[in-house]
Write a protein that binds this ligand. Structure first.
Ligand code: FES
Length: 127
């Protein structure tokens, strides 16, 4: 496991994102209500730059003719074909086995770090 400090907290205000390069990996870091989450900037469908997509919420499970909006600012839509992923978990909205790779984020002394490597807490089922 290794930690790569890639940004200062001031660079990613709440509701914003920053895409960074760590070696060959392009990774998007998102600030959702003060918590940071990171996804590989690579869509598992056809490899689009997922982290450049629109961030929004989604309609939640509800009764017929009822529309409940939730997960505001927690969903990213791939710019190519519109697959949607939960930024917090990396799971797609249509099948939780289809995931964007995610990384653990730590904050130390105002700096944002990505935890990378075999023993990091990268999401299960990733390559
Ligand atoms: S490449 Fe992302 S949905 Fe197709």
């Amino acid at each position: 496991m290794s930690v790569h400090f890639v940004a200062e907290v001031e660079e990613i205000p709440e509701g914003h994102r920053k895409i960074v390069q760590v070696g060959k990996r392009s990774i998007g870091i998102f600030n959702i209500r003060g918590e940071y989450y990171a996804l590989l900037n690579y869509c598992p469908h056809y490899g689009a730059e997922l982290c450049k997509g629109i961030v929004s919420g989604t309609t939640m499970e509800s009764k017929v003719y009822e529309y409940i909006y939730g997960k505001d600012q927690e969903i990213i839509r791939c710019p190519w074909h519109g697959w949607e992923f939960d930024i917090k978990t990396g799971c797609s909205l249509f099948d939780e086995k289809v995931r964007a790779k995610r990384y653990e984020v730590i904050v130390q002394e105002g700096r944002i770090g990505l935890v990378l490597g075999a023993s990091s807490s990268e999401a299960k089922g990733e390559q």
